[in-house]
Design a protein around this ligand. Structure first.
Ligand code: AMP
Length: 224
């Protein structure tokens, strides 16, 4: 197991980049188990806010359901306050930054030397199958894919028998919009990090375990 960092001075920030459906969330959860870092998923935090049904949550819900990005100010506040906490933990940022304004903001509040960007590169056709086939169990959270890892009984969770659901933003028309936003706004962030910080690329087209092993190799080069 990699060494964990206890002082704020040697904390790392790992920025996990890649298209929607590229496996960032899945891989982040596995990395956290091995390396003991803190997983910060902006998408998960926004979905929590939506679940609460707060006024903010209701506004975010409409934006997410359309496949658009929520405001840079809002996500900047969330991420900024987490990073400024300086708990000494290594943070694994998943889903931020999503455009160059957010990348510039992150750059302004971090020391470039401790930022490691890891891009999970995945072909668009593969991404579309992953997103359109993705289903989840609302009870236990288990994730399936109707193409790659279907449940035994269609639409039913193998573990707890609950009906499987589809994220509202995984509908075909929203996927198309999310991919457009990715191509136009998020992909330029890769060049930003390539020129600014430690930058690594992992081939995310393989099955999840193979991608995970490659990711672990990369993370071990700086986190041990
Ligand atoms: P994700 O779970 O990362 O695919 O994010 C789901 C949705 O949350 C996105 O399509 C956006 O609507 C919103 N979102 C997540 N991260 C960000 C971000 N950094 N900036 C703006 N919106 C975001």
């Amino acid at each position: 197991m990699a060494q964990q960092h206890s002082s704020s001075s040697n904390r790392y920030l790992i920025v996990l980049l890649g298209p929607p459906g590229g496996g960032k969330g899945t891989q982040a959860k596995k990395l956290v188990e091995v390396f003991g870092m803190r997983h910060v998923s902006v998408g998960d935090m926004l979905r929590e806010e939506v679940k609460k049904g707060s006024e903010l949550g209701n506004r975010v819900k409409v934006i997410m359901a359309a496949g658009e990005l929520v405001s840079d100010e809002l996500v900047g506040q969330i991420v900024g306050s987490l990073i400024r906490e300086k708990t000494g933990e290594t943070i694994l940022l998943d889903g931020y930054p999503r455009n160059t304004v957010q990348a510039e903001f992150l750059d302004s509040i971090t020391d470039g030397e401790s930022v490691y960007a890891v891009n999970i590169s995945v072909e668009e056709g593969q991404v579309i199958r992953r997103l359109s086939g993705r289903r989840f169990c609302s009870e236990c959270g288990k994730i399936y894919n109707t193409y790659f890892s279907p449940p035994v009984r269609p639409g039913i969770c193998d573990d707890c028998g609950t009906e499987l659901l589809r994220r509202p933003d995984d509908r075909e028309e929203v996927i198309a919009e999310r991919m457009r936003v990715y191509r136009e706004q998020t992909r330029p962030v890769i060049d930003f990090f390539r020129s600014k910080t430690h930058y690594f690329e992992v081939d995310g087209n393989w099955e999840p375990q193979a991608v995970f092993e490659e990711l672990c190799q990369v993370v071990r080069t700086f986190a041990s």
